[in-house]
Design a protein. Structure first.
Length: 193
């Protein structure tokens, strides 16, 4: 594994460089791609400011010990859902990290029930083995999604970086698909105003 700081630094640099390589595709083209089989949406949860000590072994149902959506985050999640409906996408499969801010983002989108998935729980950037494992588990789950089922995975910035190499802002989406070699390809990003 990564035994030296140099190797860890190299992996972090590679992840950050990969985030810069997202292609510029018009938002309307990305919405159209969502209607084509085989595309998946990675959504970073909406705005949840602050900093509290969190870990994946805490009680995920206790929102009082977690960062939560603020008023803007709640409004942002609702706007994301409205954009899906505006583009004639009224129902999708929503799968979320167990963290309250991610689950609430999905619920406020009002596109269907939200299913929690532990594999999407936040991974921390300094945890290099955890980053690799999160990317592997995320991609394994994505490969099991039926091609005709548009699925939105609601997770955290570091998980999205580990899965697809894309760095997203709060409430931002990346539309992705798998290429013939089984690698995740980022088609582009959508920022909902």
């Amino acid at each position: 594994m990564f035994r030296s700081a140099g190797n860890r630094t190299a992996l972090l640099a590679a992840l950050l460089c990969a985030a810069v390589a997202t292609p510029a595709v018009a938002a309307d083209d990305l919405w159209a791609l969502m209607l084509k089989p085989g595309h998946i949406v990675l959504l970073r949860h909406s705005n949840a400011p602050g900093s509290v000590p969190e870990s994946n072994d805490m009680n995920m149902k206790d929102c009082s010990i977690q960062r939560n959506l603020d008023a803007e985050g709640k409004a942002q999640a609702a706007r994301v859902g409205n954009e899906f409906r505006k583009h004639k996408i009224g129902k999708v499969k929503l799968v979320s990290s167990e963290y309250c801010r991610a689950m609430e983002t999905g619920k406020l989108m009002k596109l269907g029930p939200v299913t929690p998935l532990r594999a999407l729980n936040q991974v921390f950037l300094a945890d290099i083995p955890g980053m690799r494992e999160a990317g592997t588990k995320g991609r394994e789950y994505m490969k099991k999604i039926p091609p005709k089922q548009l699925t939105v995975l609601i997770t955290h910035v570091t998980n999205i970086q580990s899965i697809a190499g894309a760095k997203l802002d709060s409430g931002e989406m990346a539309v992705v698909h798998f290429d013939q070699a089984g690698e995740v390809v980022v088609d582009g990003k959508i920022t909902v105003p």
